[in-house]
Design a protein around this ligand. Sequence first.
Ligand code: GLA
Ligand code: ZN
Length: 676
Amino acid sequence: MIHPKLPKIWYGGDYNPEQWGPEEWKEDHRMFKLAGIDVVTINVFSWALNQPDEHTYDFAWLDETMDRLHADGIGVVLATSTAAHPAWMAKRHPDVTRVDFYGRKRRFGGRHNSCPNSPTYRKYSGRIASRLAERYKDHPALLLWHVSNEYGGYCYCERCEAAFREWLQNRYRTLDAVNQAWNTRFWGHTFYDWDDIVLPSGLSEEGEGNVSAFQGISLDYRRFMSDSLLACYKIEAEAIREHSKDVPITTNLMGTYPELNYFDWAKEMDVISWDNYPSLNTPVSETAMVHDLMRGLKDGMPFLLMEQTPSQQNWQAYNSLKRPGVMRLWSYQAVARGADTVMFFQMRRSIGACEKFHGAVIEHAGHEHTRVFREVAELGKELQRLGDSLLDARSDAKVAILYDWENRWAVELSSGPTVELQYVREVHKYYDALFKLGIQADMISVEADYSRYDIVIAPVMYMVKPGVAKKLEAFTAAGGTFVTTFFSGIVNENDRVTTGGYPGELRPLLGIWAEEIDALPAGQYNQIVMKEPFGELDGSYDCEMLFDLIHAEGAEVLAEYGSDFYQGMPALTVHAYGKGKAYYVATSAAPGFLRPFLAKLCADQGVKPLVERLPDGVEAARRVKEGRSFLFLLNHNADLAAVDIGSGKRRDLLSGQILSGTVELPGRGVLILEEV
Ligand code: GLA
Ligand code: ZN
């Protein structure tokens, strides 16, 4: 449970009372009550208000706000206000603003605008976090600490450059080791002095679209920036801990946000929280995958849905309204996948600056007679009825997908073999196939324990980190099914190729070797031609983008390429390894192939779908705790869907009805079914 003081699914969100006055505050509280709001996040962007100058702190408004909220029974997620530095700080201490990718020094403005290695930023952010913790540690409204906000933004200033050199010294000890790791004899890059090394930017190694001339340095720079920003988080978290011993600390993450290695971050966070902003046409399975990834950051521990919009965003190209029922549906999607909170940005719509067109629980109309408010209030009542029944419930998935930020960096920094390859998209293809089969998956780190799974899938495991190949061998030898794809096993953690034939360290496990990699432009295909039926797979399936030209060396060939000069070479192989099997999918396969392929692997391992024959557009997920099992069915269609849940009896937590056999879900409808 995130905090025993509020033993239900938390309901509320970001609240900026400092932009309003007593009249609105009164109305806010009245409407919070109507909507069942019991928690708000405050003080996210109030640094300038809290600290008018170098030496003065003024928390009067915050004291009043905390007391006022508490008086009405509303809990507080208290932010530290450090995600936008005050104007005076930028004026007096220029080191606080960042330098961009093209070497331009930023001026005051915007937010998330601080250099993570700025001594000024580190000093003052730590100091205000400490003051806040000292002041509010025993406040009865306090539920959770929220450090800064959505960390991100790389910096290319001289201080960061100096800090990068230090970071490199810690990692490599000697310049020889750096030269070796980055293969600097290429293009005459040998470094003789630590000061020879400059940041990889638009002025040095990197170009538009992320591609780098030197993947080694670019990869290390990303690790270093993730560490630098994490160091800022740690400074504040430690400052809080000195005063506030038991209240959990978080910062809000952003799903697959590319810049930070969240698996590293998770180790420093007490609980994961994240902000979910899909657009109307984001595949629902992609949102599901990202929720699962956030759950995977801390080994399956429930997380907070810290922000979502009740209706629309302001920062997308087209800010569509969530259609009636969609806000509720997507809220339950988060809960189904491990969220123990449903929270919004923002409680009241601001009247000036860029977020005035961002949806809010309380709209500019200012009263409760709006569609959005009605939907929010209805959901609030439901969450009250659910009480603590779902809190802390976990996933019991038997299939895991490996996800790795550093691998993603390396793949996307790569010059060749194709510009089409996007790591998240390839991972999602496998996730989506499982999702549509109704098979629950966990998204896990390469460092996680694989032994609790029957199937582990590693799409595009380009980078094989130390020890991972051995772990996968042990997992497979013990009876596991391992699946990996084209463009895997190519490099080590420094982006240096493992020679002797791809997939390098994964060769013994997969029983194949790849000689060449072909790339075709979007819209051009080859085919995966099955040699014999494999489950429902039979005949020929399109494949695209990248095509490994592989040779079996112990593996059995299940399918071959259908055309081009490598027609007849293996496209799908399986290698018996100990008690298990290792599959290699040598090309980017279409959904029409992946779904039956994964269905067969699951059937062979006895992994059952949550629901047989899940209709299109219906999502299934399961959470379990203390012998209780909750099946979520979410109908993402606008029309009615009928789902056969089998003959066992289940109680719908929302209506109390006992159901079995075929159940009907209205368009955008939700069922939470407990086995009875
Ligand atoms: C982010 C931020 C919020 C707000 C929302 C708007 O998630 O954390 O402060 O700007 O976006 O969508
Ligand atoms: Zn900097």
